[in-house]
Design a protein around this ligand. Structure first.
Ligand SMILES: Cc1cc2nc3c(=O)[nH]c(=O)nc-3n(C[C@H](O)[C@H](O)[C@H](O)COP(=O)(O)OP(=O)(O)OC[C@H]3O[C@@H](n4cnc5c(N)ncnc54)[C@H](O)[C@@H]3O)c2cc1C
Length: 394
């Protein structure tokens, strides 16, 4: 069942169909994928391929370019449902398919752009590479840089990115690099479209607490050359033109998978509480448990209202940046709280790997960290609300 009450019949059908595919193809094999590659986990490529085949990949690509042209609200409803099966898979899928708008911002010939859009519609994975070992919350501390070679009309990129989601699976990367170190980040960092075949090396794959179905790795650029037309937007304007315009994309990638996971945890805990009996009655009829479940329903509904208020506005052309900051914190904090409460409802069984709550709990935690930590989002929100002090000296 789709939980967004304003969903149209068409949106419900899209989401339910995607959910049916993922629960059938992935559901029974989650543990296998979680434990693959010596316990590091792996991206379920076969499930990805099934979704591609059914048209559920690159869903926001406009119809005139061969896609379905779905709006971010519909995309979100689909990803929430997929997140009910596994937040790691939903996140990996969302981030892989969401890089396409950057291709249109390059000055590559139209045929080349369309060739890449066609590749994405056929399943090609994209990854976003900003973070470095000493540059997380403070991306300006990055050292990756690109030099322009006038003789060949190419940029030469050098550096090492870390924590790149989809890094091992990607066919192309959106990469941030310094192009003018004498300037501020907003005037000295450029975003590049870089095909893997240009020499991008995938290095250390991370061993994570959860999110095992989304592979995370270091990626290395050692004199990787890209033509001048691979610049995304304008030279030295990458922060504003690639990072600053993520809006609905980051809301969908960062919030929907974990909200779906929280809904699944709540549904599981509710059914369990109606079955499990202690002291001669169903545990849901013990007020402490019943109230927990009531609270979980309230929290998840409030988070969903906030998320879809933002996405409906984005669909209609309004990017409410303060609300964007609020939802990243509120939805991901709430989802973590709800999943933790759901685990509590199962008592000792919630802690066992045999039950899905343990995996939902491990997967959810990262959503408060990546995409900008919730501390950084709160800091930026407070700053946006406070505005400039008119009495402050310049
Ligand atoms: C599984 C995973 C997947 C990821 N995927 C990607 C990806 O695809 N692409 C990509 O580029 N990056 C990715 N990241 C990186 C992620 O965005 C960063 O980890 C995150 O932004 C935090 O950076 P950091 O880990 O260096 O922590 P730090 O920046 O070192 O922060 C450590 C702590 O200090 C706090 N802190 C730091 N500065 C401040 C401040 N000014 N005010 C208040 N608190 C502060 C933080 O909130 C945090 O609690 C991923 C990370 C993980 C773990």
């Amino acid at each position: 069942m789709v939980h967004y009450i304003f969903a149209t019949e068409e949106q419900k059908e899209f989401a339910e169909t995607a959910y049916t595919i993922v629960s059938k193809e992935l559901g029974p094999k989650i543990e296998e994928y979680e434990n693959a590659d010596g316990g590091l986990g792996c991206y379920p490529q076969e499930v990805h391929d099934k979704l591609v085949e059914a048209g559920f990949y690159g869903v926001t690509i406009p119809e005139e370019m061969g896609g379905l042209g779905l709006d971010p609200v519909t995309q979100a409803i689909i990803l929430e449902k997929i997140g009910e099966v596994d937040a790691g898979f939903a996140f990996a899928l969302a981030s892989a398919e969401s890089q396409w708008p950057n291709i249109l911002k390059t000055s590559m010939p139209d045929e080349e752009k369309q060739m890449w859009i066609d590749k994405i519609l056929a399943g090609a994975i994209g990854a976003f590479a900003l973070t470095e070992s000493n540059a997380g919350s403070d991306p300006a501390a990055m050292t990756t840089h690109a030099e322009f070679d006038e003789k060949t009309n190419e940029w030469v990129i050098n550096g090492r990115k870390c924590f790149c989601s989809g890094g091992p699976n990607a066919e192309f990367y959106v990469v941030m690099a310094w192009t003018d170190k004498t300037q501020r980040p907003s005037k000295g960092i450029t975003a590049f479209f870089v095909e893997k075949e240009r020499g991008v090396e995938v290095a250390k794959k991370e061993n994570k607490m959860g999110l095992h179905l989304s592979e995370t790795a270091d990626i290395v650029f050692d004199d990787v050359r890209v033509p001048a037309d691979h610049v995304i937007g304008h030279v030295n304007a990458g922060f504003g033109e690639a990072l600053g315009t993520l809006g609905a994309t980051s809301a969908v990638c960062n919030c929907c998978p974990v909200l779906g996971s929280a809904q699944a945890a709540l549904d599981y805990a509710t059914n369990y509480a109606k079955e499990r009996r202690q002291f001669g009655k169903r545990i849901i009829d013990h007020q402490a448990v019943g109230f927990m479940i009531a609270d979980m329903n309230m929290k998840i509904s409030a988070a969903r209202c906030m998320l879809y208020e933002y996405l409906c506005a984005a669909r209609d052309g309004v990017d409410d940046q303060k609300l964007g900051l609020m939802i990243k914190c509120y939805v991901t904090d709430t989802a973590n709280e709800v999943i933790d409460m759901a685990l509590q409802v199962l008592g000792g069984y919630g802690y066992m790997k045999e039950y899905p709550l343990e995996r939902h709990r491990r997967n959810a935690r990262i959503f408060q960290i990546f995409g900008g930590t919730n501390q950084i989002k709160r800091k930026n929100l407070a700053k946006a609300i406070a505005g400039r002090d008119p009495q402050a000296k310049r």
